[in-house]
Design a protein around this ligand. Structure first.
Ligand code: ATP
Length: 350
């Protein structure tokens, strides 16, 4: 059981004059037993964070600690972490069972079991019972990835680190594998850090999510809070689709405000409203912009629509702003939509 802490972690590659800052002052606490996901676009520093936790990279500044114990001088092999990468990294000349048992050659299997029993238990856990004698190349991609997971779990690590483990798999397989993964993780109660660039996957799988951009943490919260209460513009735009409005507060009375966006005045309700004369940015999800709502109406010039099965997603413009709508049917012309004052969520300006 392990709590993981990153304190003021920065990582620079190369020299000061000619280098890349991959991480800037990253602060994170991953709680004991938590399924924690780092999500962000390519190059934002996810892999560097994971490699720093595993000990493959040393932070330029800051510390990584497991249960309050700084890991600064602890080699990767002594950190008790299991790592699974996107490329499964199975040993091709070893059977599935030998792959899973590999890490047990260097340490004793858990009390009261033999290596063979431990390997059989793990193959059971990842639904590959009876496949131990096969070679990795006789398995599908999804099965190989489950062998890699079993191999990482075999030595009973304190911490499980997963770097885009499913990105090479097709969408349907990924969904079924992620259900298996969450089941295994909660059965074992192992502290897990998962990396993905797929925000939907992050919301679906995690207890908490850290959204990263440009080497920094933008927000750490539950999936619900990340979706409903994005803290920054980046999070509002990266997670799901959103409509972002920039305006100026005209009047403010308690938890109500009137906000001018261009020539239009909107009424907003909420606790995070700035005071009169201040700039304010707020977002409204496509599903909250409806034709039936009579407050805060504005006209949208429709440009394209996509059929999504359950609904139609339409894209259009209002003044200079691009707008995403969720409609029941493809519109046959421009539409006027409105939103309730409490459907708007205020984000940090900037
Ligand atoms: P992806 O989703 O594409 O894997 P990522 O979020 O995992 O991206 P990182 O691999 O952590 O991002 O990279 C963060 C930044 O650090 C990038 O700008 C990358 O080019 C840079 N970087 C990573 N590794 C090195 C290295 N060994 N030397 C120099 N720069 C590096």
């Amino acid at each position: 059981m392990t709590e993981l802490r990153l304190e003021g972690v920065s990582k620079r590659y190369g020299t000061d004059a000619d280098g890349t800052t991959a991480l800037q002052d990253v602060e994170l606490t991953v709680r004991d037993g938590e399924f924690f996901t780092l999500v962000g676009p390519s190059g934002c520093g996810k892999t560097t964070t994971l490699r720093t936790i595993a000990g493959f990279e040393e932070p330029t500044e800051g510390t990584v600690a497991f249960d309050g114990e700084p890991m600064t001088n602890v080699a990767p092999e002594d950190r008790d972490v299991g790592v699974v990468f996107q490329s499964y990294g199975l040993f091709p000349h070893m059977s599935v069972a030998e792959n899973v048992g590999y890490g047990l050659r260097f340490r004793d299997p858990p009390e009261g079991t033999t290596i063979d029993e431990r390997v059989a238990d793990l193959l059971d856990l990842v639904d590959l019972e009876g496949m131990g004698e096969r070679d990795p190349d006789q398995l599908s991609g999804g099965q190989q990835q489950r062998v890699a997971l079993a191999r990482a779990l075999a030595p009973e690590p304190d911490l499980l680190l997963l770097d885009e483990p499913m990105s090479a798999l097709d969408a349907r397989l990924r969904e079924s594998l992620r259900r298996q993964l969450t089941r295994i993780q909660s059965t074992l109660g192992i502290t897990t850090v998962y990396i993905t660039h797929d925000q939907r996957e992050a919301l679906a799988i995690s207890d908490r999510v850290a959204v990263m951009s440009d080497g920094r943490i933008e927000q750490v919260a539950t999936p619900q809070a990340i979706y409903r209460e994005p803290k920054t513009r980046f999070v509002a735009e990266f997670v799901g689709e959103n409509n972002l409005f920039d305006g100026i507060v005209r009047t403010r009375d308690g938890d109500r405000a009137h906000v001018d966006v261009g020539e239009t005045t909107f009424e907003l309700a909420g606790s995070r409203l700035p005071s009169e004369g201040q700039r304010v940015s707020f977002c409204v999800r496509p599903a909250a912009l409806a034709r039936a709502v009579e407050t805060n109406q504005f006209p949208v010039t429709i440009e394209t629509s996509e059929f999504r099965g359950e609904h139609v997603r339409a894209y259009g413009r209002w003044n200079e702003m691009s707008v995403a709508l969720q409609l029941e049917a493809v519109p046959d012309g421009d539409v006027t939509v409105g939103f309730e004052p409490d459907a708007a969520h205020v984000i940090e300006s900037g």
